[in-house]
Design a protein around this ligand. Structure first.
Ligand SMILES: *[C@@H]1O[C@H](CO)[C@@H](O)[C@H](O)[C@H]1NC(C)=O
Ligand SMILES: *[C@@H]1O[C@H](CO)[C@@H](O)[C@H](O)[C@H]1NC(C)=O
Ligand SMILES: *[C@@H]1O[C@H](CO)[C@@H](O)[C@H](O)[C@H]1NC(C)=O
Ligand SMILES: *[C@@H]1O[C@H](CO)[C@@H](O)[C@H](O)[C@H]1NC(C)=O
Ligand SMILES: *[C@@H]1O[C@H](CO)[C@@H](O)[C@H](O)[C@H]1NC(C)=O
Ligand SMILES: *[C@@H]1O[C@H](CO)[C@@H](O)[C@H](O)[C@H]1NC(C)=O
Ligand SMILES: *[C@@H]1O[C@H](CO)[C@@H](O)[C@H](O)[C@H]1NC(C)=O
Ligand SMILES: *[C@@H]1O[C@H](CO)[C@@H](O)[C@H](O)[C@H]1NC(C)=O
Ligand SMILES: *[C@@H]1O[C@H](CO)[C@@H](O)[C@H](O)[C@H]1NC(C)=O
Ligand SMILES: *[C@@H]1O[C@H](CO)[C@@H](O)[C@H](O)[C@H]1NC(C)=O
Ligand SMILES: *[C@@H]1O[C@H](CO)[C@@H](O)[C@H](O)[C@H]1NC(C)=O
Ligand SMILES: *[C@@H]1O[C@H](CO)[C@@H](O)[C@H](O)[C@H]1NC(C)=O
Length: 701
């Protein structure tokens, strides 16, 4: 199969996982007694009920059918559809299966890239990719790989980028997968389909004699440990895994939507064991799972002796329990003391003393050094409920200290050698006082990772505004768009113009907050300064990231100009930056500009005869921001000046704009109702889907 495909190959692994749900329910009760005659293992793999292998002696149909096929020479192996089954876990309601590794290798004879791409379709089956156990994993030295749902437009799309600075392996480390030679990103809940593709402009043709191959696979995170040999010997990764890596699937009984419904019909209710409980499926699929009640072990789907049985609870257990408790208490005491010692170490490491000195010398200007306890108290010990965003450089918590609402950003840990520099930059940052930049109020250096404290901007982000616009729930006039663009440009221009310029590095709509009156405030820099020079971690977001930066791996002011250009195009067209496979919005836009067909891709909401002059000028400006090479792009100051002019142009003010608000929605109340599931601009970390920033596509983890 693989040999047959020339340069591109895509296969559906699992397309026909048909579930005869009506039948399945009927047979559940019968199966509980029929298991005795049924084969319960295949090729050394246990096949516990409700999974089962059909045969003449076991004609009853299980909910989850497993094939036990001869793979040649009498070696039997279990399969779900045509996927290799590794194991089934009834307690966790998970199955481990094999997923194909996709690759992109430079072919020296054809001088082209050879792609092998795989996807997996679980639609219509009771399986979902486990969001907690799997990671989208990318290996390569010049690789950007995308992952998407089947209908990714408006739904899920993400990417991961992996590069080696100038193709060299310096800084690439065994066991560390953080964007250098290796990248991993989490997937959202409920994913039942995944496809992937490579960004073709990021290819290994320039480094083929060192690392000709890139690999991509959605796989079990715990099964993967990065090794630098995966880069030094081109076929090593593929060979180590034999072309397939394990991926974990969550399954659930699909015959009822949830436990409440399942219990209505006791005949079809799957939790047959006496001491079992029903749990709603937690991974986005309708359905339920069974588990043994606390203190019981066994198979909750079976009656009788194989069902849930009481664990031998005895005096002995109690005795060991007591011992264990004492050991734990002792350990906790030690841990607490160690922590106290550490706190001060961290403070010193992060240059707290230096900062204090500088503040004294400076007669300090409203910069606060927060105490550890204050931060912990205010965030309820970094309780999840306080999280308001999770971005490339850290997690953001909402808190109130002394009656003032603040946002606390927990940076990623920083490099020893960079700590002094970080502190110096903090001092610069806290002097930044601009109406369109989120104000840095202070910091706390008593933690392993530095904490930055910002003013709290309650209102939404430009990303959310654009999403509302796209779902036609909110109308945004041309004037507002240009004003937001102008304000953001002024903010970036200000950062670039400081005596010690600050480069943002991750300019995107999700990082432009809209405060009261929809005033734009640029956020999410600060921690960024930590990495900017050493480029320990690659920053940016697919769709907004400057392709030049990916090649050079060296952040410049022109990279911010490029990202800003993408935002401008987004504001003019209303389209998402990554909307079509292998054709980004920027290339679509640049082609339209070249062909004179701009009007075809403009957002119809803003197209007005009277405004076309302004729109054309804004489009020309965006086009200049996107040109390659970056050296020829305008400066952020130039962009800001032009946009200010355009935003204030008379015709924009007069331009007739439909006050279209289809639903009576207040943008400020939209937080929980906006569909969180789409995304091209986010992903990372724990995907609690409750906020947008969490979905922020992440590069380089
Ligand atoms: C309950 O489920 C059984 C087995 O699927 C089915 O035969 C029966 O009709 C169902 N009863 C009701 C009330 O839906
Ligand atoms: C296993 O056998 C079943 C039934 O003969 C067939 O439908 C299925 O495709 C086979 N799977 C594999 C991977 O060979
Ligand atoms: C089922 O119960 C076991 C033991 O109490 C627990 O470890 C497991 O996480 C539970 N499974 C689910 C899916 O909650
Ligand atoms: C490289 O390309 C040539 C010519 O297209 C082809 O015959 C050959 O099979 C390719 N090599 C690999 C390893 O795919
Ligand atoms: C995935 O499978 C479902 C159900 O079999 C089918 O409707 C859908 O078209 C498949 N998707 C793709 C992209 O093949
Ligand atoms: C590799 O990417 C460059 C642009 O970065 C492009 O010019 C070149 O054609 C690509 N080469 C292959 C083999 O795809
Ligand atoms: C990864 O999974 C495979 C298949 O189950 C197993 O053989 C291998 O030992 C695992 N490797 C690690 C490092 O967990
Ligand atoms: C990876 O391994 C599989 C199975 O051995 C093979 O079919 C595939 O061609 C290999 N891919 C590459 C890029 O060598
Ligand atoms: C399952 O979901 C239903 C409907 O959302 C809800 O009413 C019920 O309380 C849930 N049950 C459990 C055990 O979580
Ligand atoms: C935390 O807050 C509580 C009540 O608001 C207060 O009593 C306590 O002193 C605070 N602790 C610290 C360390 O600030
Ligand atoms: C987080 O806060 C919520 C609500 O205030 C509380 O129910 C929960 O127990 C807290 N979680 C932790 C881990 O402290
Ligand atoms: C958010 O914006 C709305 C409308 O512009 C305004 O009424 C509200 O006061 C703002 N809230 C905050 C906290 O800025």
């Amino acid at each position: 199969m693989v040999a047959l495909c020339a340069s591109f190959c895509e296969s559906i692994l699992l397309s026909m996982l048909l579930l005869r749900s009506a039948l399945a329910a009927e047979h559940l009760s019968a199966a509980a007694t029929a298991t005795a005659q049924c084969q319960t293992s295949c090729g050394g793999v246990e096949i516990p009920y409700p999974f089962g292998i059909l045969s003449d002696s076991c004609p009853t149909e299980p909910v989850f059918e497993v094939f036990c096929n001869d793979t040649g020479n009498g070696v039997y192996k279990p399969f779900i559809g045509n996927i290799d089954l590794l194991s089934v876990d009834v307690q966790l309601a998970q199955a481990r299966v094999m997923n194909r590794i996709s690759s992109s290798c430079y072919n020296t004879s054809s001088q082209r890239m050879n792609f092998e791409r795989w996807r997996m379709n679980l639609t219509g089956s009771p399986y979902r990719f486990s969001d907690s156990a799997n990671k989208f994993t990318v290996i390569g030295c010049r690789t950007l790989a995308y992952i998407a749902d089947q209908d990714y437009v408006g739904k899920y799309m993400s990417g991961c980028v992996s590069v080696c600075r100038r193709g060299e392996l310096t800084g690439v480390t065994d066991g560390i997968c953080s964007g250098k030679g290796c990248c991993q990103t989490a997937i959202p809940k409920g994913l039942d389909f995944y496809k992937m593709w490579f960004e073709e402009s990021m290819n290994t043709s320039g480094i083929y004699n060192k690392t000709p191959c890139s690999y991509v696979v959605l796989m079990e995170a715990s099964n993967f440990t990065f090794s630098t040999t995966y880069l030094t010997s081109p076929l090593k990764f593929n060979d180590t895994y034999g072309g397939k890596a394990p991926v974990v699937l969550d399954w659930s009984i699909p015959t009822a939507e949830n436990c409440v419904e399942a219990k209505i019909n006791f005949t079809s209710y799957a939790c047959k064991s006496d001491n079992s409980v029903c749990l709603n499926s937690t991974n986005g699929s309708p359905g339920y799972i069974c588990n043994c009640s606390e203190g019981y072990q066994g198979n909750p789907y079976l009656h009788g002796p194989n069902g849930c049985q009481g664990v031998v609870a005895s005096v002995l257990a109690g005795f060991f329990g007591f011992l264990g408790w004492e050991v734990i208490r002792h350990k906790q005491r030690n841990k607490k003391q160690a922590l106290l010692r550490q706190t001060d170490e961290f403070f010193q490491q992060h240059g707290g003393l230096l900062l204090l000195e500088m503040m004294k010398a400076d007669g300090n200007v409203g910069f606060t050094l927060y105490k550890k306890g204050e931060i912990e108290n205010a965030t309820n010990n970094f309780n999840k409920t306080h999280i308001i965003g999770e971005g490339g450089q850290g997690t953001v918590y909402r808190a109130v200290i002394e009656g003032v609402a603040i946002a606390i950003k927990k940076c990623k840990e920083i490099d020893e050698s960079r700590k002094m520099e970080f502190v110096q930059e903090l001092v610069i940052l806290c002097r930044v006082n601009h109406p369109n930049i989120v104000k840095l109020l202070g910091c706390c250096l008593h933690f392993e990772a530095p904490m930055l404290v910002y003013e709290f901007v309650k209102n939404k982000t430009l990303q959310e505004l654009l999403d509302l616009k796209r779902s036609r729930r909110f109308h945004v006039t041309l004037g507002t768009r240009l004003r937001i663009a102008a304000e953001s440009a002024m903010a970036l221009s200000h950062l670039h113009s400081l005596p010690h310029p600050i480069l943002h590095g991750d300019v995107k709509p999700a990082n432009i907050l809209l405060a009261e009156g929809m005033v734009a405030k640029v956020s999410d820099f600060g921690c960024s300064t930590i990495d900017e020079k050493t480029q320990a971690v690659l920053k940016g977001t697919p769709g907004y990231i400057d392709p030049e930066y990916l090649l050079e791996y060296q952040l410049t002011a022109k990279n911010d100009v490029y990202s800003f250009g993408v935002i401008l195009v987004e504001l003019l067209t209303g389209k998402r930056p990554l909307s079509k496979e292998s054709k980004t919005l920027t290339s679509l836009f640049q082609e339209a500009m070249a062909d004179g067909t701009l009007i075809d891709i403009l957002d119809s909401d803003i197209v007005e005869e009277a405004c076309m002059r302004v729109i054309h000028r804004a489009a020309a400006l965006a086009s200049q921001c996107l040109v390659v090479p970056g050296m020829t792009r305008p400066s952020m100051a130039g962009v800001a000046a032009e946009l200010q002019q355009l935003a204030l142009a008379d015709e924009v003010q007069r331009c007739p704009q439909p006050q279209l608000v289809l639903e009576d929605l207040n943008i400020m109340e939209m937080g929980s109702t906006v569909s969180m599931w789409y995304d091209e601009s986010k992903t990372r970390g724990a995907y609690s889907l409750e906020n947008k920033a969490v979905l922020s596509i992440e590069f380089a983890r």
